[in-house]
Design a protein around this ligand. Sequence first.
Ligand code: NAD
Length: 334
Amino acid sequence: MRIAVFSTQPYDRRFLDRASAGTAHRVTYFEERLSPRTVPLADGADAVCVFVNDHLDRAVVTDLRRRGVRLIALRCAGFNNVDLAAAEEHGLHVVRVPAYSPHAVAEHTLALILALNRKIHRAYNRVREGNFALDGLLGFDLHGRTAGVVGTGQIGAVVARILLGFGCRVIAHDLRPDPDLEAAGVAYRPLDDLLAQSDILTLHCPLTPATHHMIDAAALGRMRPGVMLINTSRGALVDTRALIRALKQGTLGALGLDVYEEEADLFFQDLSGTVIRDDVFARLLTFPNVLITAHQAFFTEDALTNIAETTLANIEAFASGGELVNEVTTDLLA
Ligand code: NAD
């Protein structure tokens, strides 16, 4: 198979080269994001290999098919950036890496919770400047607090178990409750109960039309004053402008983000020498109780190895006419 890899970072190349060594596949790497402008780069490829911010809308999918592409291989779990209906109409198969390391994302989620609660990001700078005062660094014990987990699939389940280990009362909301988690002590509740009862609310459901802006002004209004909100899933699960209003009012106590609705123009590149033109993002950076990482929750050695190996296995299965165990279809949007 001829594979065109988009949004290539040096680490992608390193791990994909390792996974494809010894196979007959011909891999071509492009740093560009896949978009209507860059789709001609896929000319002659049988498969495109894409990541979270490649943009595969109907026009791109149609153009890919016209150029002979038959497979879209996502090297991520989320698939909100692909028009699945268009792919199905054109007979294009879409595969993903559903669970490369739920631990990587779950552990990063906890890193955000712990850092925000104990103000590690502020303490780090203070101590380096010789300021050893504790004023403003007051946190709370996680033990005994209520943590709400929205979406208890691969990642949310690990987060819930880690939070149980901290001694939290863990409540969860999912369309499909997990009986093993219930047995471990997680109580499933309607979303409104999570909003009303959680001291920490963490989002782990996929971005779909049903979950778009699930945390909006109305949802924020139902949450506990001072609540900590964490989103390591997809940016558009939250209405960022509403979050900023709640931060300004002081009702949202802390915010940890690894994803951002408009991240495609910012993340995965070094913009330190340029002016950030996104005023909403720039405003978020001004709050002392906001901690943002640039979509790095997946970024562990273990996860990158799994991503590369599963992506190659998905492509191999397609090439050999085998079963596509990691195929994504419109059924998953239900
Ligand atoms: P998963 O498919 O295993 O789990 C998602 C869960 O959400 C499922 O149990 C599903 O039933 C539930 N769900 C669906 N709609 C819901 C709704 N309306 N309300 C509540 N629950 C709902 O997915 P996963 O592997 O756990 O990943 C979760 C998300 O994390 C992905 O969709 C992806 O967007 C994101 N992610 C982020 C990173 C990162 O680096 N930040 C890495 C991997 C995945």
